[in-house]
Design a protein around this ligand. Structure first.
Ligand code: URA
Length: 212
């Protein structure tokens, strides 16, 4: 973990987030707890990442009197990168149940570390939505850069990327590809290993979520 800031990357700083990241990193944390922690951390990261989610004022009737409320200017669409992003979407849907969900299927060619796309589906109306692009591990940045590029081509006006652990080289790569897309995460690690895994990271998030 680093304290050195990096442009365009917003590190969620909170003792509760730090405690949860520590438990996530622990190799002895079993899959059910890992999944729950990842979902809870996703809520904390989304809470910060959606600070600029636009709402407009509206009227709401309480049992006693009218009150001023807020409603979304545009819909929220969560786009998890399969498969580890699914656990993030599960967590965020609990605090934003009306969000729609699209899916991007990407896997890494383990030799070239380049992303290979195998699935892309967005809900109707996504082109006018605020999209939260989800992947717990921003490692090389190649998959997220390819995913963001696909979304950009759909004419998405507002995109924010939310991850749990990011690597510095991954943030730099993603920033170079999408300089206008803010990136939020709960931890920033300095390095990648030869296989493109974040070190110290937390291992393979998909395997740890799904117990594979
Ligand atoms: N994907 C993971 O799950 N972990 C990493 O460290 C890198 C990619």
């Amino acid at each position: 973990m680093t304290e050195q800031p990096i442009n365009g990357f917003h590190l969620v700083r909170h003792p509760i987030a730090d405690l949860k990241v520590t438990a996530l990193r622990d190799k002895n944390t079993p899959a059910p707890e890992f999944r729950r922690l990842l979902q809870e951390l996703s809520q904390l990261v989304a809470y910060e990442a959606l600070r600029d989610f636009e709402v407009e004022s509206c009227r709401v009737e309480t049992p006693l009197a009218p009150a001023r409320g807020a409603r979304p200017v545009r819909p929220l669409v969560l786009v998890p990168v399969l498969r580890a992003g699914l656990a993030m979407a599960d967590g965020i849907l609990r605090i934003f149940p009306s969000a729609a969900v699209g899916h991007i299927g990407m896997f890494r060619n383990e030799e070239t570390l380049e992303p290979v796309s195998y699935y892309f589906r967005l809900p109707p109306g996504a082109a006018g939505a605020h999209v939260l692009l989800l992947d717990p591990m921003l490692a090389t940045g190649n998959s997220l850069a390819a995913a963001a590029e696909k979304l950009k081509k759909e004419g998405i006006p507002r995109m924010t990327c939310a991850c749990i652990v990011a690597s510095r080289p991954g943030v730099e790569r993603l920033r170079a590809a999408q300089p206008d897309m803010p990136i939020f995460g709960a931890a920033l690690d300095e390095a990648l290993d030869a296989r493109g895994y974040i070190t110290p990271g937390l291992g393979d998030a998909g395997d740890r979520i799904f117990g594979t």
